[in-house]
Design a protein around this ligand. Sequence first.
Ligand code: B12
Length: 188
Amino acid sequence: MKAQPSVTLIRPPRVLSRTSLNTVPPVAPLTLAYLAGALRANGVRTVSIDGCAAADRCTPLDDLPFVVNGLTADQIAEQVDGTSLFVGVSCMFSREWIYQKRVIRAVRRQFPHLPIIAGGEHVTADPEFVLRDCPEVSACALGEGEETIVDLARALQKSAPLTGSHGRPGTGFRSRSISIAASAWTST
Ligand code: B12
């Protein structure tokens, strides 16, 4: 029997100043745990890639005065399973969007047809900006994600189109006018 495709969840690495003398230590990936827990409770397999886990590693960025603390965008993209139902990327801090979108772009370069759903506080604050600034994002999940991510998995398992807004006020997802069929997505 063919295994059901899993959902890949990503926490991007932290972005720190090159010259900072102190910083807060990384915390446990609670977001991925909550989202994976909701999916698993509904029978959906998950793979989590915690970009902060390699927190002893700092990679300077060539074009910005920051370091990436954890896995780089390419290292994360290499770990993504191309047969995933979709990839969910958690974007908590707006100040880290400069690199979160590089993670999303690296995954998109590697897997042009995978739906990529962005969620988290930054995305909830301004989904229109996220969709505009990063065309590689297929849809934005708004607010708390435990129910939305299960709805998304169910919709994509059935190849149902993801269009417009959906869900309870303040939650659900918002997409550019995208249709998803047989795991390929096109934006219009
Ligand atoms: C705990 C916390 C911290 C902790 C730990 C942060 C961490 N790395 O985990 C500490 C104390 C370290 C911290 C620090 C900071 N914080 Co803080 N923090 C929070 C707080 C209170 C809760 C975050 C949390 O863990 N929630 C629990 C998890 C499970 O929820 P979640 O991540 O939101 O995920 C849910 C949804 O967003 C959604 N979701 C998330 N990702 C995805 C992905 C997909 C695909 C889907 C479908 C859904 C989805 O579903 C999840 C489950 O419901 C929030 C406020 C809040 N109520 O959200 C502020 C908050 C995130 N912090 C904030 C800020 C500004 C900071 C600091 C920059 C403050 C400062 N000036 O230094 C620093 C930055 C730290 C750093 N990176 O260097 C802002 C971010 C605003 C923004 N847009 O950038 C927030 C929103 C507070 C606020 N209202 O201003 N913070």
